[in-house]
Design a protein around this ligand. Structure first.
Ligand SMILES: Cc1cc2nc3c(=O)[nH]c(=O)nc-3n(C[C@H](O)[C@H](O)[C@H](O)COP(=O)(O)O)c2cc1C
Length: 189
């Protein structure tokens, strides 16, 4: 797959096969993330790969957030919602938390660093995609919760959690709508 093919065929993947992603494929993706563009060479991103033990520690918060979301629903639906939320943390083949460095003294630096971190994320996603592995960037409540910082041992004054990345071999590839080219590419004489 050449780069343009990867860019045009990539889709966010939400459902994964129960199959491991080879370590070499993952390492190549983290290596791709390392080479993202970054003003001032601050390299503000950090990717925390979450193994089974740390995921287990996230499950009480996962459960309570899912219960809050499903509050008022019939018990069977609530139970289903909680089970689904737990599965999204415990059972995805690859789970990564991404942070971007904070700059308390410099709001513009922090904004540029966030932009650089999103570039690193997309490098990671595209590197996997070129190997047949799909990914989803998630910014759900758990990815920003103060307890998540505690469980992962991240100091919120130093790093901002910008989301979780889930990855694995796709069980289904969706087809989201995209804007036509003439709405994106505006030529000013
Ligand atoms: C910053 C960001 C945050 C996202 N957060 C979520 C999320 O919390 N839950 C979710 O289901 N998808 C999330 N997505 C995936 C988007 O829904 C997806 O990119 C969008 O539907 C377009 O589809 P595509 O990625 O296949 O082009 C997020 C994407 C981005 C870029």
């Amino acid at each position: 797959m050449n780069l343009q093919e990867a860019l045009l065929s990539r889709r966010t993947v939400y459902r994964f096969e129960d199959r491991e992603v080879p370590a070499s494929v993952l390492e190549a993706a983290f290596e791709a993330a390392r080479w993202a563009p970054c003003h001032k060479h601050t390299n503000p991103w950090r990717f925390y790969e979450l193994g089974p033990q740390i995921r287990e520690k996230l499950l009480p918060l996962t459960t309570s957030l899912a219960e809050q979301k499903a509050a008022g629903l019939p018990p069977a639906q609530l139970e289903k919602g909680v089970a689904k939320a737990i599965g999204k943390i415990r059972d995805v083949p690859v789970l990564v938390a991404v942070t971007s460095a904070r700059s308390a003294e410099d709001a513009f630096r922090e904004k540029e660093d966030y932009a650089a971190t999103t570039s690193a994320i997309h490098n990671w996603v595209l590197s996997l995609w070129a190997e047949g592995v799909g990914a989803q960037w998630s910014t759900g409540k758990i990815t920003r919760h103060e307890q998540t910082y505690e469980v992962l041992g991240i100091d919120p004054a130093q790093e901002e959690l910008v989301g979780f990345l889930k990855a694995g071999y796709p069980a289904k590839v969706p087809s989201p709508p995209k804007k036509p080219l003439n709405e994106v590419w505006v030529q000013l004489d």
